[in-house]
Design a protein around this ligand. Structure first.
Ligand code: 1GP
Length: 234
């Protein structure tokens, strides 16, 4: 499973609660992105998740579910990403919800298709921050959380989440420097080729969300921009 994400440099995150017409979805799926991640912090239901999965499945691109709502876990994804919000204000968002899910549905969980993500939420105004009561972090604290995820918990992904806001790329760079084995995901405020290039230079994988809904044409440019940066680095 870890191998599957090892080459992913660019991901489009689609929100089942937001509208994207067929033409837009086709452009996203055929853009050359490495994967489509389906997820959102609110309004995610079984029905809107099934519907979006079915539409994405018309294309060959890998499709993964970022699980945020137990009732909206739909079979048929290539991979299930399980967020653990490391700087959450309540243990529920770190391991509590996950434990309840296992207690209830453990017998039918396809463990080999699950992958945990060590989330570090860095935009205090994001829905996910309010929902989880995420605490604000200095760069040194973010680095410490990242090392706990990477070296202590051996999580395969550390996800720096700025959702809706352009992040502190110095912090991102510092965090990446501390990682031993985890892949660094960065999401927040990537809207065009310029922002994509900057973020791709400091993270392993970049996630583009809101941009798809706000200005699709510019969002599509992020794919080539990222692949250019990564090729040059090689
Ligand atoms: C959100 O990290 C993703 O979960 C992407 O952020 O919506 O700001 O692109 P944006």
């Amino acid at each position: 499973m870890k191998q599957m994400i090892a080459s992913w440099q660019h991901i489009f995150k689609l929100d089942p609660d937001r509208d994207l017409d067929d033409q837009g979805l086709e452009a996203v799926c055929l853009s050359g992105t490495d994967a489509i991640m389906i997820g959102g912090s609110s309004g995610v239901t079984y029905d809107n998740t099934v519907e979006l999965l079915a539409r994405v499945r018309r294309f060959e691109v890998p499709c993964v579910l970022e699980v945020s709502e137990l009732a909206a876990v739909v079979p048929g994804f290539d991979l299930y990403l399980i967020p653990m919000v490391l700087n959450a204000g309540h243990p529920d968002w770190i391991v509590g919800q996950q434990a309840r899910a296992v207690e209830r549905y453990g017998y039918m969980i396809p463990w080999e298709q699950l992958m945990p993500e060590g989330y570090i939420v860095l935009n205090p105004d994001a829905t996910v921050a309010r929902l989880t009561g995420a605490t604000a972090l200095e760069s040194s604290e973010a680095q410490a959380y990242a090392q706990v995820a990477d070296r202590l918990l051996h999580l395969p992904i550390v996800y720096l989440e700025y959702s809706g806001q352009w992040g502190d790329l110095e912090l991102v760079k510092e965090v990446r420097r501390t990682l031993e084995q985890a892949r660094l995901f960065y999401g927040g405020g990537i809207v065009d080729s310029q922002t994509a290039r900057l973020a791709a230079a400091v993270a392993d994988t970049i996630i583009v969300g809101n941009g798809v809904y706000n200005d699709l044409e510019r969002a599509l440019e992020t794919v080539t921009a990222v692949h250019e940066v990564k090729t040059l680095r090689l």
